[in-house]
Write a protein of this length. Structure first.
Length: 241
């Protein structure tokens, strides 16, 4: 099954944007009269008939497929940039396939890379959503410093706030943190440091603002590997509930 992002005009009609129309009509050879599956990116799925195939295809909604059951958690991954952008894009793609609600690219005091191609990141997210047939489009936030993000969430007591780093500290294993503190419908924010790790000052700032220090075992993981492992750990924690 192919999934297309559509603009829902009302309860009966919708349209595809220019890029989605090109993919649907010219690449996949769909034509007027064919039925396709669409989403509004906000969690709803529909079957729709192609009415016309101009620059932006017009659709008639034929069936509301309903809203799939939401995940029993909300996951926000704030992940430091890495020198090789392909690796960061790999993380974005795979995290979306597994299940993430929000991604924030960050940089720390010791980061070597401080620029991010936001529009490309959004395209990767959209492609991963379609590939994994998820009707909810995750949010990709603008690049911010770790310091600024910690400040933004300093008073967010409804979140389970976690920071992963490789320095010495009173760290807990991520599965243990999730098992003991993450209730169903939990909101979880996880910070993953850069290749040079978070600075001691950043870690102290985070713990002063309610973040729990975590470790992910004895292996030294790349930033993107640690981030995807954390995403998977959250997914698996709630999969058994």
């Amino acid at each position: 099954m192919e999934l297309f992002f559509a603009n829902i005009i009302n309860g009966q009609t919708a349209s595809l944007g220019a890029e989605e129309t090109t993919h649907c009509i010219k690449v996949l050879r769909n034509k007027p009269g064919d039925i396709i599956t669409i989403t509004d990116g906000r969690g709803s799925l529909y079957n729709a008939e192609i009415v016309s195939a101009g620059k932006e295809a017009l659709l008639k909604i034929t069936e509301v497929l309903g809203d799939p059951a939401p995940r029993p958690y909300y996951l926000h991954m704030a992940v430091s940039l890495v020198k090789n952008p392909d690796r960061y894009e790999w993380f974005i793609e795979k995290a979306v396939e597994i299940g993430v609600d929000e991604i924030t690219p960050i940089y720390g005091d010791l980061s070597q890379k401080r620029n991010f191609k936001h529009e490309r990141g959004e395209r990767i997210i959209m492609s991963a959503v379609k590939q994994s047939l998820k009707p909810l489009l995750p949010v990709l936030n603008p690049l911010v410093s770790a310091k600024e993000l910690i400040k933004q969430y300093s008073s967010e007591n409804e979140y389970l706030k976690i920071i992963g780093h490789c320095r010495e500290g009173k760290k807990e294993a991520l599965p243990s943190i999730l098992k003991n503190r993450a209730a169903t419908n939990a909101k979880i924010l996880i910070l993953i440091g850069p290749e040079g790790d978070f600075s001691p000052e950043e870690i102290q700032n985070a713990t002063d603002n309610g973040f729990i220090e975590m470790h992910m075992g004895s292996s030294r993981l790349r930033t993107e590997t640690a981030a995807l492992t954390a995403t998977t750990a959250v997914y698996m924690n709630f999969l058994r509930k």
